[in-house]
Design a binder for this molecule. Structure first.
Ligand SMILES: [Mn+2]
Length: 357
């Protein structure tokens, strides 16, 4: 039987629930295979249904995993679901509290007159995705390789005088050209003083000689996200930026070689943070070391100082330390890895030697 449905049912049993309602896109894709933008997935202990409207019936039938029945909504999603839960004696239902808006939650409660009990399962549904299977790892590897190809192209394409948006447009054009669905988040091209903004999405800022340029982009390929960052230089960079680049690279490579399965995610963060702090830039590394990547660009585990996650074989995450100095610029280097046989295996192959255009 479908392994993902099995895992949901295990969670239902642990929580003493009869069914789970999934509204969010990420958990719908993961648990049903359906990629449309509107649906309700109802997973009971023995049966599962994907309720869609007329627009999606054909697509849903084509996409859903074995063991899920496609039901076209009559009148409304919730009227149809109410009939299903009545027919199948479903009384206690789990839902995604982190996905439903307040008004959607109220609507669900009012509409599902046959249900007696609603339990917020936020987080525990997402956690079902934390360990990747071989099939997922294979797709993620392909997604990351497309990112590497785009980076190779961009370092030949980028020239002083271009706007950041000229570069982001080329990156996103290449994504589609190479068979990806599109970007997994808004593409970051941050040049000069803007490279000190961790999330400096591309603007009309003109790239000029002396600039550091942070290129942080990801794509969606067969429902999975990629994520990578490289920082390149237009002409000879100033001394401090060169020094910062060396520190970030050292911290990133130390995390890559020091992380082991069984380690606390907070200790992984510490490997890179200690190096940056010792070099005097602790305050300038104001974000976490990394994050899980899968059907969502940011998912479990979280590699931060506060994280309680334990890194385990099969987890896929980014390793991306950075240093950002206002009015000077910033450097970030990001790879994506999977933990295999106790160690990170790097998906990303783009070089980390300083690239000076
Ligand atoms: Mn990232």
């Amino acid at each position: 039987m479908n392994k993902r449905l099995q895992n949901v049912r295990k969670l239902l049993e642990e929580e003493n629930l009869d069914a789970l309602i999934i509204n969010g896109r990420a958990n719908t894709i993961y648990n049903s295979g359906f990629t449309g933008s509107s649906s309700v997935l109802l997973i009971g202990l023995e049966k599962a249904w994907l309720v869609v409207d007329f627009r999606y019936t054909i697509q849903a039938k084509e996409q859903v995993f074995e063991g899920i029945e496609v039901v076209e909504q009559q009148e409304s999603f919730y009227k149809t679901i109410n009939a299903l839960i009545d027919d199948n004696s479903i009384e206690s239902i789990g839902f995604e509290g982190n996905v439903l808006t307040f008004s959607e939650y109220q609507k669900m409660k009012i509409s599902l007159t046959k249900a007696k009990n609603f339990v917020n399962l936020e987080g525990s549904i997402d956690k079902l995705r934390i360990i990747k299977g071989d099939d997922e790892i294979e797709i993620i590897q392909q997604a990351v390789l497309l990112g590497d190809k785009i980076f190779d192209h961009i370092i030949k394409f980028i020239k002083p005088g271009m706007k950041e948006t000229d570069v982001s447009a080329e990156i996103e054009y290449m994504m589609k050209k190479l068979g990806a669905k599109g970007p997994s988040f808004e593409t970051i091209v941050a040049a000069g003083y803007r490279s000190a903004m961790c999330h400096g999405t591309a603007t009309d800022n003109v790239i000029k000689t002396g600039d550091a340029v942070v290129l942080d982009f990801g794509l969606i390929y067969r429902n999975y996200c990629s994520d990578m960052t490289r920082t390149i230089f237009i002409g000879e960079p100033n001394k401090e930026l060169t020094k910062i680049y060396g520190i970030v690279r050292k911290a990133q490579e130390a995390a890559l070689s020091g992380i082991v399965s069984g380690m606390k995610a907070s200790d992984a963060d510490k490997i890179a943070r200690d190096i940056i702090t010792e070099a005097g830039y602790g305050e300038a590394f104001g974000h976490s070391l990394g994050h899980g990547v899968g059907v969502e660009i940011h998912e479990e585990p979280r590699l931060s100082a506060k994280s309680e996650d334990i890194l385990t074989d099969g987890m896929v995450f980014s390793i991306e330390p950075g240093i950002y100095v206002e009015d000077l610029g910033g450097v970030r280097i990001e790879d994506m890895v999977v933990l295999v046989d106790g160690k990170p295996r790097n998906f990303t192959t783009s070089i980390k030697d300083m690239i000076i255009i």
